[in-house]
Design a protein around this ligand. Sequence first.
Ligand SMILES: Cc1ncc(COP(=O)(O)O)c(C=O)c1O
Length: 471
Amino acid sequence: MPLHARIQRAVRQLIVDGALGPGNRLPASRALATSLGVSRDTIEASYAQLHAEGFIERRVGSGSFVAQITEFTPSRRAQRNTPSPGQPPNLSKRGDAMLGGGGVREHLSPRPFAHGVPDTRAFPLPLWERLERQVRKELGTQTLLHGDPQGAEPLRRAIADYVNVERGARATADRVLVLTSSQQALWLCANILLDPGDRIFIEDPAYYGARKAFTAAGLECVHIRVDRQGIVADEIIAAPQKAKAVFLTPSHQFPTGATLALDRRLALIEWAARHRTWIIEDDYDSEFHYAGKPTACVQGLDANDRTVYIGTFTKSLFPGLRIGYAVLPPQLVKPMTVARTLLDGHTAPMAQLTLARFIEGGHFGAHIRTMRGVYAGRLEKLALLVRKHLPDVEPRVPAGGLQMPCVLNGDLSERAAVDAARRVGIELLGLSALHHAGNGEAGFLMGFAAYTPLEIESAVRKLAKTLQSVR
Ligand SMILES: Cc1ncc(COP(=O)(O)O)c(C=O)c1O
């Protein structure tokens, strides 16, 4: 910032803070210039700007004075009750709920075994940059304009083709809404499909991002047990309370890794149609399935159009991309698109168009195939090392995903394990906190995808040593 602007800001701050009161004389420009060791022109420029903004008056022959601005007198400041820095802000109930929930902060520089992170070091960045340049060259400044709130058409088409072929969905480009993340899709569902006070069935344990989005929207979460076949659908169907929606992670339940059994999927689809309830399907990492093909998504089985399918490129490509999407029942396309215009207008066009080319050119499929092999190897390695070095930790090897749940069998408490690990720079996500009553099986999630076999090995050894010391 130029010197004159810095001086002008400093003087303005003194006036705003009341340190220089109305009528106070400012030093003569020559004297201030000498004392600050700057030119008189610099001071003149600062004073001229303060004068133009109305903070000072300049009287020919007598000097410069702080203007009579009653807003800045001490009594007015007291009346305004300006909060002191330590005072809690006066928020709405909704704002308080959001702040109290703590939001969803992900790791900025992931270290073993932070969960849910893909290996960004293996991403084909030069290829991505080449596609980006191609888009820029062909479309020029058009990419700098606002984009369609529903998403760029080529990307919507590419997403629809992908989910139809790979996930067995029933999608068309005009039913796809491109968003910034699946978190944004969850927020939209919570606020557009339900009212504060409405009930939603959610898995127990559950993905914290979903639970926080629903709680912040004022919804009442009704927690439904998850077993080895996913959410216990019978408990939903037999529940005495009615709910407006159910939240599911059917391909790979977060955090247990269970796949929702086909009979339960069909039962929930039938139940949703009967009660005119929404199914919110979060299909966040089904690209990475290591044993055979993943089961088709619920949305593809739902002929009644009660399912909102949510996908994201956070895991399949990289989290910094910030592109997620929803495949919507036709009647929800307009309301959801209009609602998103109030959040962020649209997703950045450059990233969308580059991604569309990345998918159309077959690079997305190729990247997934490569990473699936890499991650399968890392999962196997992690399970092996855990069995070998961590005697009272039982790995529950999942069929897919980027993290492995582990259960504690011995005396070691989950809290002690998680805290001890953090002290030596290792991240474990405790499982019991993901249960609404905090009373689930003690254990933790270990992310493996983002770390090389060597990093995994060295972190497991370090973990073994530190857990030994707290046993
Ligand atoms: C179940 C689940 N859904 C969604 C997400 C996040 O996806 P996004 O970055 O698109 O919000 C995660 C990330 O950890 C997740 O575990």
